[in-house]
Design a protein around this ligand. Structure first.
Ligand code: MOS
Length: 776
């Protein structure tokens, strides 16, 4: 594909012309909506009084759960999330009341006059406490292969431990926002920042007690989402819809940054316990993982996320005996949710820890141990859940990257630097990614499109995917131009709209382009077949003695031609009025479902993924031992996107992953209040934090069979390349004790974590020196 094609909104983004929901022009009837949320992590609501608030000048509505016409629910899969709290609140940030007024100030004034009487209850705020209290959200799940118990016993070496990985805030630039405009009768038009318009539509219909055909959800673009708007964009939309329905006026709800951070869920933090058996060479024979996640206050997507974690704690490694158990724990925090990688990062962090620890125990370079354990090409290529690793790119990538990143030479350089520097240490790490592409909830792997051609030869493409900055619309634009053989200027990709393409899946699981691209192609194939028949007939009428056949008709260079009869050609735009005269329909719905997948969730066995995306990163860091501050000196990435083109997604994924691995730390206080609720306490990567020398390359000559234009999904996989940052930091810490002892380590590696890790390492050194037998 043409990689010089700019993002379809690039110019609009930089000139400010791109319309986000907050920029939409409505009319002077527009009201501001505000959500009033719980200050308690867990409390009974004994009574409330909204009457004084309702009397504030400019206030049009103050609503509680009692004012909901339909179901008081906004749970996406399991119906365990009330839209407005009824009787009790279960986390700080839970929506209780809604206010609509002429201005934000009037809303805030009204909020101050709401009276509530609470009876505080005991709150569960950590995974440990949840385990003590037994607050499982559902049954534990297990995937097992071989005999891990016996293999562990038989292993020459064993190690065990516990790894904590932290939560992560999505920090989309556009906070959650929705504008609802009532239509006539029961109609409502919803402009929502959502990755999942069809689910937003469904929830609003149920909430208001109307049909889905009366609710239209439209998404032009989101200002970032990263999974944070896969289900939780629905919440703000539900609140705006209720207020609009109650006031019969347009209402916009836009969360302030701090409120957004307090109210919405995060990436799930995990506590993972593990045990592994290996031989002298570092080959892993058995591993047991016990994964525990903090689900927060409601199920949301927690089980699917846990499932993906369980399917990725092998990462790129073949382990003949394996047992993985996953448990989701309920806590009194906002419901944790999808975040780029969707459990994959937590699963991979676990196995990467194991591999790194094996290398340190054997005093070998972790790169060597990784290579020994990679999935094989012809053998050792079945995952613990039964899927064969086809088109394995691991060896190809490793071989090329070790050379292009000059790993060996730089390892020597790092060792030399460390030998001669007391207060600074360098670290180096290579980590792989093997990421499964498809929704593991198999039926979600479907998509639709609606392609319209107008008689002036312009084309309007509708599809079910949403644009969140990733460039999905740009890809759909390119696909349509390539498939029709016309110039991109003829084509426009429409805002995503539930009245154009119904019953869609979320734009998620990295599958947006794979699924919608095929659906767009299907619609275009249908149109080309109809038009091809008609054009062949037109040519035949002109040359009845030497007829044209539809098989010979080709679409290229803005023309429709008979390839078997040179000279017989008609301009694409010129042909369209003729199609109308001949009564040929110029619109078609396309559809696609992913082939060859099948996953038995209960047994934990099958082929959940259409294919795997592969990549590797080599990262070198510099660590200041006195402050714990790290700098990414250089990152070399080689990533497989088939014949795709998305370098930006790879850079962004790596940097976002580096944030999760290092500076982004989510903290709650002992009452369940989020302490890190603004950019002054929550540190996402900024331009100074990206690698000083950043070398991203795409693996060449690896067309992906069976996908749109032989490309591969790219959104999530590169995030996990950042585990190389985390392990490079660990490598630098380890250098403090000359790699003789292993540092304690967790994720994120904040400055504080790093300093504590260095301290504990120094204590280990001291203890061991003291306990050395006295020379005599
Ligand atoms: Mo994505 S984390 O599957 O919305």
């Amino acid at each position: 594909m043409n990689n010089k094609f700019p993002h379809e909104s690039a110019e609009k983004h930089v000139t400010g012309e791109a319309v986000y929901i907050d920029d939409m022009l409505v009319n002077d009837q527009l009201l501001t909506g505000r959500v009033v949320y719980s200050p308690h992590a867990h409390a009974k609501i004994k009574s409330f009084d909204l009457s004084e608030a309702a009397r504030v000048t400019g206030v049009h509505a103050v609503l509680s759960y009692k004012d909901i016409p339909g179901h008081n629910q906004m749970g996406p899969v399991v119906k365990d999330e009330p839209c407005l709290a009824a009787g009790e609140v279960t986390f700080v940030g839970q929506a209780m009341f809604l206010i609509a007024a002429g201005s934000e100030e009037q809303c805030i004034e009204a909020e101050k006059l709401i009276r509530v009487e609470y009876e505080p209850l005991d709150a569960v705020l950590t995974i440990e406490r949840a385990m003590e209290r037994g607050t499982l959200m559902g049954p534990a799940k297990n995937i097992e292969r071989g005999d891990p118990g016996a293999a562990l016993k038989a292993a020459p070496h064993r190690l065990r431990g516990e790894l904590r990985t932290g939560a992560q805030e999505h920090w989309y630039l556009e906070s959650q926002v929705c504008l609802c405009v009532p239509g006539e009768g029961r109609e409502i038009n919803v402009f929502s920042s959502t990755q999942h318009p069809s689910e937003t539509q469904a929830l609003i219909a149920e909430l208001l007690g109307v049909g889905k055909h009366e609710v239209v959800v439209e998404v032009r673009r989101m200002g970032g989402a990263f999974g944070g708007k896969e289900t939780q964009g629905n919440h703000t939309a539900c609140w705006a819809a209720l207020l609009s329905h109650a006031t019969k006026k347009p209402v916009k709800v836009r969360l302030f940054r701090d409120d957004d951070m307090k109210i919405t869920g995060k990436r799930h933090r995990f506590i993972t316990r593990y045990e592994a058996g290996y031989d002298e060479e570092g080959r892993i024979s058995a591993v047991k993982f016990d994964l525990n996640s903090d689900g927060g206050g409601a199920v949301d997507l927690s089980f699917a996320i846990m499932e993906r974690a369980m399917l990725h704690c092998d990462n790129a490694y073949y382990m003949p005996n394996m047992s993985v158990t996953g448990r989701v724990w309920k806590t009194n925090l906002p419901s944790n949710t999808a975040f780029r990688g969707f459990g994959g990062p937590q699963g991979m962090a676990a196995i990467e820890t194991v591999v790194d620890r094996i290398a340190r125990a054997l005093k070998k370079d972790p790169a060597e141990i990784r290579l020994k354990n990679y999935y094989g090409t012809n053998r050792n290529n079945i995952t613990h859940y039964g899927e064969k690793v086809e088109h394995n790119r691991l060896f190809m990538i490793e071989e090329q990257l070790m050379i292009s990143a000059a790993y060996g030479k730089r390892r020597d350089g790092v060792n030399q630097f460390n030998a001669s520097n007391e207060f600074f240490k360098k670290g180096l790490a290579i980590t792989p990614v093997k990421f499964g592409i498809s929704f593991t909830t198999s039926f979600l792997n479907q998509a639709g499109a609606l392609v319209l051609i107008y008689t002036d030869g312009t084309i309007l493409v509708n599809h079910g995917g949403t644009e969140m900055g990733q460039g999905l619309h740009t890809k759909m634009h390119q696909i349509a131009a390539a498939e029709f053989g016309v110039s991109p200027a003829r084509i426009k990709v429409n805002a995503t709209n539930t009245s154009k393409v119904p019953n869609t899946s979320a734009t998620a699981a990295s599958a947006g382009a794979d699924l919608n691209g095929m659906a767009v192609k299907n619609a275009i194939d249908i149109l080309k077949s109809r038009i091809g028949d008609a054009v062949a007939a037109i040519f035949t009428e002109k040359y009845p003695d030497d007829p044209s056949s539809p098989e010979g008709i080709v679409f290229e260079r803005d023309q429709i031609s008979d390839s078997l009869h040179p000279g017989r050609t008609i301009g694409f735009a010129d042909a369209m009025p003729l199609m109308q005269l001949r009564q040929v329909s110029l619109s078609a719905a396309g559809y696609y479902r992913t082939p060859k997948i099948g996953w038995d969730k209960k047994k934990g066995h099958g082929r959940p993924f259409h294919y795997y995306a592969f990549g590797m990163a080599v990262t070198e860091v510099l660590l200041d031992l006195l402050t714990g501050y790290h700098t990414i000196l250089r990152a070399d990435i080689l990533h497989d996107v088939g014949e795709g083109i998305d370098i930006g997604q790879i850079e962004g994924g790596y940097v976002q992953g580096a944030g999760w691995c290092t500076t982004e730390e989510v903290k709650w206080d002992s009452r369940g209040n989020l302490m890190t609720h603004s950019p002054d306490t929550y540190k996402i990567p900024s331009v100074q934090d990206i690698p000083k020398d950043f070398r991203v390359a795409l693996l060449q000559d690896v067309p992906n069979p069976d996908t749109i234009r032989r490309s591969k999904a790219v959104a999530e996989p590169p995030l996990m390349l950042a585990l190389s940052v985390w392990l490079a930091i660990k490598d630098a810490i380890s250098a403090v004790a000359n790699h003789e002892f292993e540092p304690e380590f967790s994720l994120p590696a904040t400055n504080e974590t790093i300093l504590l890790s260095i301290e504990s390492l120094k204590k280990q050194v001291d203890r061991n020196l003291v306990s050395l037998p006295a020379a005599s």
